[in-house]
Design a protein around this ligand. Sequence first.
Ligand code: PHE
Length: 417
Amino acid sequence: MYKLTEEGLKYLKKGLPEINLVKKLKERELKFADAKKLENFNIALQWAKKNNWIKIEKGILKLTEKGEKATKEKYKIEELLNKVAKNELSEEEVRILSKRNLIKKEKEIRMERKEILNLTPELLKTGLWREVKFKKYNVEVPGKKIYPGKKHPLNLIIEKIREIFVEMGFKEINGPLIETAFWDMDSMFIPQDHPAREIQDTFYLSGKGDLPDKDLVDKVREIQEKGGKTGSIGWRIKWNPEIARQLLLRTHTTAVTYRKFARGIEIPSKYFCIGRVFRNEEADSTHLPEFHQAEGFIAAEGLNLRSLMGFIKEFYSKIGIEKIKFKFAYNPYTEPSLEAFGYSEKMKRWIELINSGIFRPEALAPYNIKVPVIAWGLAVERLAMFVFEKKSIKEILGHTCDLKDLRQYDILKVEKW
Ligand code: PHE
């Protein structure tokens, strides 16, 4: 048994494309360019030419004499399409229709139509939907993965840090990336011969910046050289303003804290800063020449080391880091200084999280700050490594981040904060 293919069925209902074309051309001639837009035009053209029904003159499609008569006579293919259902086709007729792919053996058609998954407008229009078998939906097949837009993990951490500080009553401050050595170092009692000032640690820029007003510069000079009225003897080296004017990429956000000190702070007060810093360091799994620091300080009567440790514990517990260990450290501007480490249960190791301390009197006197100031600075990328369990900073900052990773990190884990 032969049955009409989808194409055959369509032509039976709508007419053959070449006949439809002839009918159109009988109404009026058509520009080739316009005719092209007709449905099934290529098929129509092919058969109408074969039958010698049309000609093209100067881009215009016209009927030939034979074409004029075409619709008056019976068109063989049309007749044959009508005969399919009655099963009266001769072998020759089967050949003609098969060649044009208008009929197929019933079995083949069933095979072809077996796998249909969706009801399409074509199936509805041609009525073929009655003949096809629809494939059952398998609702257990995993769907295609969709990656919605997500914030970069580093930004998530930065936002979280900001949220915690604000929630704890801190105000945000900011400062320039390009600094003078004065604000980055001298202002906080870092001696001018300190090794961290060397070019292997600091990125210097050509050119010099301006120093702040003379009054402050004189106070800093006095403290640096002799310790001022703090009881300290100072660094005992001649302070050179030219070294202080040197431009550099800020090595820490403590420069921002000191600009704030110079503008004046209320007592008590709490401030924080989050920003990029630069250090001329070899890149390795925990270091890059640039990264972000989150810095903060609290100035208030009665603060001590306990307050500092308490603050650090409180801060990290808000991120879900409970196991904290402290170690004494050294900074030229804080005394005592503390480093804190957090234990990562997942990675089974202690990770350095924060550097902190209580500012030395020499680092506060030029700003007329008479109460204790506890302060800290943390590397944001380190914290991100901790939270996202990454072994390398390169997976957190910059073009070395793995895009696949960024697309599919578990946002819920972070959101449970
Ligand atoms: N500036 C220190 C650093 O870069 C952090 C710090 C800030 C330490 C304030 C003590 C006080 O590591």
